[in-house]
Design a binder for this molecule. Structure first.
Ligand code: PMP
Length: 304
């Protein structure tokens, strides 16, 4: 990344190389960081951040779970997210807000370590590849489960949670797959390493409930809303692993993954092995929000 890139770092814009932390940063030792991933899309009315307010609400709520108080007002953080898009001249980009317990004493409580905050913007195209969005990806069921309830809170988007995700993702890549699907500890389908999962069978769309050790995704919520508008039945329910192998269609949702069809699971071809009909209709509805072909009825676009 070029040093020209500006990052909002604790209240001021700094260059890429100046946005550094000390090795005594609490988050480095104990995973005490909270973050978001958001996308700004290029629209006919200029760049717009998708559901900015909802992402920042989740940032605040993730922090609340860990009793971390963000030392900036919501309005200032909101403006900072828009500013990093404009100051870096992006028509579209990925945004990464991050809040963390900073430099201070070692020790778990962390209350003596000041809370820091930043947001950066960078180019990040289709996470599972442009081909994946159209033709789908090959995935495996992970040998790793997602954390049990009342262990590591999966409703918080905290740095420490992503040790689970790196195990799932790197195992999949080592085995030649694009992604892994993890179960919860009861053997119900949970989610991918950084994305939620939907299964289509006989015209009905199923997705695991928020109690299945998932991060309640904002894309997941958006897709549930869009599917209902298209009169597609959506059921949030626990599913056994075998629902994957019997599915007509499977797709992932996430800010990075957007809506990515799954072509096979454990080498079992899903449906026709091509992007499914409902998946495609939902992609059209979703991506149409950004090129103006679908009206933004829900106020999901925050123009920078
Ligand atoms: N699950 C996990 C573990 C994630 O990291 C993400 C990405 N934030 C998601 C699901 C999808 O969430 P969203 O749609 O809000 O990006």
């Amino acid at each position: 990344m070029s040093n020209e890139n500006q990052i909002w770092f604790n209240g001021t814009m700094v260059s890429w190389s100046q946005a550094n932390v000390h090795v005594m940063t609490h988050a480095l030792h104990y995973g005490s960081s909270i973050f978001e991933g958001m996308r700004a899309y290029s629209t006919p009315n200029g760049p717009a951040i998708f559901r900015l307010g909802v992402h920042l609400r989740r940032l605040w709520e993730s922090c609340a779970i860990y009793r971390m108080e963000i030392p900036f007002p919501l309005a200032e953080y909101t403006q900072a997210c828009k500013d990093v898009v404009t100051v870096n001249n992006y028509a579209k980009c990925f945004l990464r807000p991050l809040v963390w317990r900073g430099e201070g004493p070692l020790g778990l409580d962390g209350h003596a370590n000041p809370i820091n905050a930043m947001v950066l913007a960078m180019q990040w195209d289709a996470y599972l590849g442009p081909d994946g969005l159209k033709n789908g990806v090959d995935v495996m069921v992970s040998s790793w489960s997602r954390p049990a309830a009342n262990t590591i809170p999966t409703m918080a988007k905290a740095g420490g949670n992503y040790l689970s995700s790196t195990l799932i993702k790197s195992e999949a890549l080592r085995n030649g797959y694009a992604e892994g699907i993890a179960m919860d500890i009861h053997g119900n389908i949970a989610e991918g390493s950084g994305m939620n999962l939907f299964v289509v069978r006989d015209g009905v769309i199923y997705t695991p409930p928020t109690t299945a050790s998932i991060l309640p995704g904002i894309t997941r919520d958006s897709i549930i809303t869009l599917a209902k508008e298209l009169k597609m039945p959506v059921i949030e329910t626990n599913m056994q692993r075998e629902m994957l192998y019997l599915a007509d269609e499977i797709f992932f949702t996430g800010t990075a993954a957007e809506i990515t069809p799954v072509r096979s699971v454990d080498k079992v071809i899903i449906g026709t092995g091509m992007r499914g009909e409902l998946t495609e209709a939902l992609q059209e509805r979703f991506f149409g929000l950004f090129d103006g072909s679908v009206a933004d009825n829900h106020g999901w676009l925050d123009y920078v």
